[in-house]
Design a protein around this ligand. Structure first.
Ligand SMILES: [Fe+2]
Ligand SMILES: [Fe+2]
Length: 193
């Protein structure tokens, strides 16, 4: 498998864990207790500073190549750029709601839980579509040369979850939380029914 695809899938594994962590905290909030607001804020901050800046643009490149190699398969993937924009908008809306709830705990709980649910559902469905439809099609259709061209075009900085940048303290905590979940948990999907 190309390094590019390996990295995209690895990003998804980490993101799936982070979504589970958010869902856990939202369940705490929904039960009327106080969740770990800081943890959720750090996850949203991470997603805006890493996947939004690096993971999604790489996928957009891969889809552009897939359009050349197999237009029909690319059409099945749909409008990835628009999905990434919507994901960014839902992340910002969730982050703003979180900020407001931290400032004012009397805000309606259902309102916040719905916003969190919209974000989690969209993020999870998006990743699932990519894993089931997009990535297999790209692996089938793209040539070695295509992957090399993408690799040479993109910027793939080290994931800050494992880096040593100035924000490291916050990200170290996320890293530890991910590791705590040594194996996937049997968590109930927090998607609103
Ligand atoms: Fe994506
Ligand atoms: Fe993705």
């Amino acid at each position: 498998m190309s390094d590019v695809m390996w990295k995209l899938r690895d990003d998804h594994k980490k993101l799936a864990r982070l979504m589970d962590l958010i869902a856990r905290e939202v369940r705490v909030f929904d039960a009327g207790e106080t969740p770990d607001y800081e943890l959720v804020a750090n996850i949203l901050d991470y997603t805006q500073n890493y996947p939004d800046l690096y993971h999604h643009p790489v996928e957009d490149h891969v889809l552009a190549k897939l359009r050349l190699r197999d237009p029909e398969a690319a059409a099945n993937v749909g409008d990835l750029v628009q999905e990434h924009e919507k994901l960014g908008a839902l992340t910002r809306r969730f982050a703003a709601a979180l900020h407001n709830v931290v400032q004012d705990e009397t805000l309606p709980r259902d309102w916040f839980v719905d916003i969190a649910g919209d974000y989690l559902t969209f993020q999870r469905r998006h990743m699932q579509m990519e894993e089931v439809v997009f990535f297999p099609a790209a692996l089938r259709a793209l040539t070695e040369d295509d992957w090399r061209v993408i690799q040479n075009t993109i910027t793939m900085p080290d994931d800050p979850l494992f880096g040593d940048g100035e924000d490291q303290e916050r990200y170290d905590r996320l890293h530890r939380e991910i590791l705590k979940w040594g194996k996937p948990q049997d968590v109930t999907d927090f998607a609103p029914s």
